[in-house]
Design a protein around this ligand. Structure first.
Ligand SMILES: Cc1cc2nc3c(=O)[nH]c(=O)nc-3n(C[C@H](O)[C@H](O)[C@H](O)COP(=O)(O)OP(=O)(O)OC[C@H]3O[C@@H](n4cnc5c(N)ncnc54)[C@H](O)[C@@H]3O)c2cc1C
Length: 478
C-alpha cells in the first residue's frame, strides 16, 4: 500500500487502538474523539495532497511507488525532488504542522542509508534499521518521536535520578526483546501516529548505558501510554474566530512505558554511550532534518510576514517609514532562509555510500537563526497590529444586535469590517492565542536547546580560513 491517501491513514489509526489520556479521559480511538479528530484530519489532508499530486509527491524504485520524502537522494535533482514534495506539504498547512510525516520519513531514510553505523554493534542492528525503513516506506506509515528525557532534575544524569526508571531505560533483556520502563517527552502527534521512534540525543554520560536506546514500535503497543497536554481546541472552536487553531493544532504528549516489550527486530541501538552520542552527527540526521525543517519553517515565516504586510495595508499604516523598515526586515529574513536552503543543496556532499546529503553548515545555521527570526516576525506583527489585535469580536457578535455598530466602526482603509476582523483574528491566532504561543515555543525548541545547537555549531566549524585571514591581516599581508 505505498503512498497512502487520507482515508487510508485514518483507517490505519482506527484499526490500531492506543492508550491515550487527555483532560482526564482515556481515549483509544483517536479518529472518533473530538479532541483528536481535527489533528487527525490535518494529517489526512497531507496524505490526500500526496494522492492528488503523485508526480510531485511520489517516486518509484525497483517497481515500488512511495512517498518522495522517503527517497534516498543520489543527485542534486533528487534533493530538489525532496524539496518539492516537502514544500507542497509545508505550504498546505502554512508550515504550522511541525511534525508532518516528512520529518520522520527523512530520519528513517538517513538511518537506512547510513545503516552501517548501527551495524558496529552487530550486523543485525543494521538489518533492523534497513527493514524498518522498508516497512515504513512500503506502508507509508506516519511516525512520531520522543527523544527527550523528562525534565525531572537536569543537573543529574539519568542514572542519578531518584527513581532509576524516571528516564526511559532497559529493565531486562529477554529472548523476545528488551523490556523498557520510564518516560520520554515530547511526542508531537504522538497519539495520532502509527509508529513511535525513540533514539538518544548527544550529552549521554558514562554509566548511562541502560538509557541509550534507539527503537521503533507501533503507537498501539501494550504498556505504552500517551499523556497529552491540555488541548487548546476541544474540537468546538469555530474557524471564523480561530482560523488556525481550529484547523492545525498538534497534540503534544509524554510517553510512559510500563514495562513495554521492544522486540529484537525493532531494536536499532542499545547500551553504547559513544554511539548514542555520535548518532546525530554520523547518520546524516542533522543534514536532512535541517533541510526539511528549513523548508517547513520557510512556509511558516512566509505566512507570518504576509500577515504583517496585509494588516498594515488594511489600515494603511504601511505608509509610515518605520513600519516599512520592519516589514523590509522580515522580507529580508525570507530571502536568507531561501538562500540557505539552496546553498545547502548546491554544496551537497557525498555520504561516501553512494548517496548525497545537503550541506550541514547552512542548514545548522538556520536551525539556530530561523527561530530567532520567527520570534522577531511575531514581535513585528504584534507591534504593528497594536491594539487592533485585541478588539476583535466574535462571529456571534457580528450576527447580534451590535452587528451594525461593528460593521461601521471596525472598517479598515478600504476594507470592510468583517474582512478586517478576520485578518486581525488571523494575526492574533498566529501570534497571541494559546495556539500562536505554542507555535512560537515550537520554533524555539523543536530542534533541541538553541544554546547547545549554537555551541555545537562553533565546535564543529572549520575556522581555519578565518584564522588565516587574521594571520594575514596581522602580518600586513593581503
Ligand atoms: C511545542 C514543542 C514540540 C516538540 N515536539 C517534539 C517531538 O515531537 N519530539 C521530541 O522528541 N521532542 C519534541 N520537543 C522537545 C524538544 O526536543 C525539547 O523541548 C528540546 O530538546 C529542549 O529540551 P527541554 O525542553 O527538555 O529543555 P531543557 O533541556 O530542560 O532545557 C531548559 C533550559 O535549561 C538549559 N539547560 C538544560 N540542561 C542543560 C545542559 N545540560 N547544558 C546547558 N544548558 C542546559 C537550556 O539551555 C534551556 O534554556 C518539542 C518541544 C516543543 C516546545
Amino acid at each position: 500500500m505505498a503512498a497512502r491517501n487520507g482515508a487510508q491513514f485514518v483507517e490505519g489509526l482506527r484499526q490500531a487502538p492506543r492508550e491515550t489520556w487527555i483532560s482526564g479521559r482515556k481515549v483509544t480511538d483517536v479518529t472518533a474523539d473530538p479532541a483528536f479528530k481535527r489533528p487527525v484530519q490535518a494529517i489526512a489532508d497531507l496524505y490526500d495532497r500526496q494522492a492528488a499530486d503523485p508526480a510531485t509527491m511520489t517516486c518509484s524504485e525497483d517497481g515500488e511507488t512511495f512517498g518522495a520524502t522517503f527517497l534516498t537522494p543520489k543527485s542534486h535533482a533528487d534533493l530538489v525532488k525532496r524539496r518539492g514534495a516537502m514544500k507542497v506539504w509545508a505550504d498546505s498547512s502554512f508550515g504550522l504542522v511541525g511534525r508532518s510525516p516528512d520529518y520522520l520519513n527523512t530520519i528513517v531514510m538517513t538511518w537506512a542509508e547510513g545503516a552501517d553505523f548501527f551495524g558496529q554493534r552487530g550486523a543485525h542492528f543494521a538489518d533492523n534499521v534497513r527493514n524498518y525503513y522498508k516497512l515504513c516506506r512500503a506502508n507509508d506509515l506516519f511516525l512520531t518521536h520522543a527523544i527527550v528525557n523528562p525534565q525531572s532534575d537536569r543537573s543529574r544524569g539519568s542514572h542519578q535520578q531518584d527513581d532509576a526508571f524516571t528516564h526511559l531505560g532497559v529493565v531486562e533483556e529477554t529472548k523476545d526483546g528488551l523490556i523498557v520502563r520510564g518516560a520520554k517527552m515530547l511526542a508531537t502527534h504522538g497519539p495520532t501516529a502509527d509508529e513511535l521512534l525513540v533514539y538518544p540525543q548527544p550529552g549521554i554520560r558514562e554509566g548511562e548505558e541502560r538509557y541509550v536506546l534507539a527503537f521503533g514500535i507501533p503507537c498501539a503497543t501494550k504498556g505504552l501510554k500517551f499523556i497529552c497536554r491540555e488541548p487548546f481546541d476541544d474540537g468546538t472552536q469555530n474557524v471564523f474566530d480561530h482560523p488556525l487553531g481550529a484547523r492545525f493544532e498538534e497534540p503534544d504528549a509524554v510517553c510512559v512505558f510500563d514495562d513495554v516489550l521492544v522486540p529484537w527486530d525493532r531494536v536499532f541501538l542499545y547500551g553504547d554511550v559513544k554511539m548514542g552520542n555520535a548518532l546525530f552527527s554520523q547518520a546524516s540526521i542533522r543534514n536532512h532534518t535541517g533541510h526539511q525543517t528549513a523548508i517547513r519553517g520557510l512556509a511558516k515565516c512566509q505566512l507570518i510576514t504576509g500577515i504583517a504586510v496585509a494588516l498594515t495595508r488594511a489600515v494603511k499604516s504601511d505608509t509610515f517609514l518605520h513600519v516599512q523598515e520592519q516589514l523590509g526586515e522580515c522580507l529580508g529574513y525570507l530571502q536568507l532562509i531561501e538562500g540557505a536552503i539552496e546553498l545547502a543543496e548546491r554544496k551537497a556532499e557525498p555520504t561516501g555510500r553512494g548517496a548525497i546529503r545537503p550541506a550541514y553548515a547552512p542548514l545548522q545555521s538556520l536551525r539556530y537563526h530561523l527561530p530567532k527570526w520567527y520570534e522577531r516576525m511575531v514581535q513585528v506583527t504584534q507591534v504593528l497590529a497594536a491594539g487592533g489585535l485585541l478588539i476583535s469580536p466574535t462571529e456571534a457578535d457580528l450576527n447580534s444586535p451590535v452587528g451594525p455598530d461593528i460593521r461601521k466602526y471596525y472598517k479598515g482603509a478600504a476594507v470592510e469590517a468583517e474582512d478586517r476582523i478576520r485578518l486581525f483574528k488571523l494575526a492574533w491566532d498566529a501570534t497571541g492565542t494559546q495556539f500562536g504561543q505554542r507555535m512560537l515555543q515550537y520554533e524555539r525548541y523543536y530542534a533541541g536547546d538553541p544554546v547547545r545547537v549554537a555551541a555545537g555549531y562553533y565546535n564543529d566549524y572549520d575556522v581555519t580560513p578565518l584564522l588565516d585571514a587574521v594571520k594575514r591581516a596581522l602580518a600586513g599581508a593581503r
